[in-house]
Design a protein around this ligand. Structure first.
Ligand SMILES: Cc1cc2nc3c(=O)[nH]c(=O)nc-3n(C[C@H](O)[C@H](O)[C@H](O)COP(=O)(O)O)c2cc1C
Length: 226
């Protein structure tokens, strides 16, 4: 699989098979992803990986707490700017609409949407859940470094026949997660990542999201048309 194939075939997988992921495979993916560049070579990423009974214990705990606290433990960082502007608002809206349409959940079916959202906290059935942390003192450049690391994990997963779904939604359970994995106080949870084998039959995995064309985001200066 070349890089283009890995990029093209990476989608956010939201239904996984229970088939386990060998520890050696996960280690190979993480070691490969650690080749991601970072400003000053800080390598600001910290990863916690859960599987088996450890993952199940967290899953049960979060679902129990959800009854009392549907919004989780709160948020340690703003996932989106509070005044998200265009074209981002429209893209975010379409992302949600397309996801729910792919599984026949109507716009007015609020309970259906909530149930789908809650599947985040099952890691969509994935046998492996990763949590990506960075030091609280880090700023935008280091968050970008963590993004490159995350993308590297997702692309290398494809090379191993695996799929992924990055999940910022886990950030709202940062305190509950901490009770299970005990990260140092100075670390802040950026996101979760579901990792496993895709359930090819699941309708939710048929969703293919759109991208703006390069004319919309790139300004090229001084180039000659061929
Ligand atoms: C950092 C990050 C966090 C995300 N968080 C979630 C999430 O919590 N739940 C979810 O279902 N998808 C999540 N996504 C997936 C995005 O919605 C998805 O990447 C986007 O819609 C593009 O679709 P694609 O990944 O299938 O190409 C996240 C993606 C990224 C990069």
């Amino acid at each position: 699989m070349n890089v283009s194939e890995a990029l093209q075939s990476r989608i956010s997988c939201r239904a996984f098979l229970s088939k386990p992921v060998p520890e050696d495979t996960l280690k190979a993916i993480l070691a490969g992803a650690a080749q991601a560049p970072s400003g000053g070579n800080l390598q600001p990423w910290w990863v916690y990986g859960l599987t088996g009974s450890a993952l199940e214990a967290l899953r049960v705990d979060v679902h129990e707490r959800m009854q009392e606290s549907p919004r989780g433990d709160g948020l340690e960082y703003e996932i989106y700017p509070p005044d998200l502007k265009e074209p981002y608002t429209a893209r975010r809206f379409k992302c949600g609409e397309d996801l729910y349409a792919s599984i026949d959940i109507a716009r007015e079916d609020k309970p259906g949407r909530i149930e789908q959202f809650k599947r985040n906290f099952d890691f969509f059935g994935a046998p492996v859940g990763l949590f990506l942390y960075l030091d609280r003192t880090m700023g935008p450049p280091q968050w970008a470094d963590c993004g490159m690391f995350l993308q590297s994990v997702m692309l290398l997963a494809r090379e191993h026949g695996l799929h992924t779904c990055a999940q910022e939604s886990w950030a709202q359970w940062y305190a509950t997660i901490a009770r299970h994995i005990d990260p140092p106080e100075e670390l802040l949870l950026f996101c979760g990542l579901a990792l496993g084998y895709m359930d090819e039959q699941a309708p939710v995995n048929r969703l293919r999201t759109e991208r703006a064309g390069i004319d919309e985001f790139a300004t090229l200066v001084g180039f000659q048309a061929n």
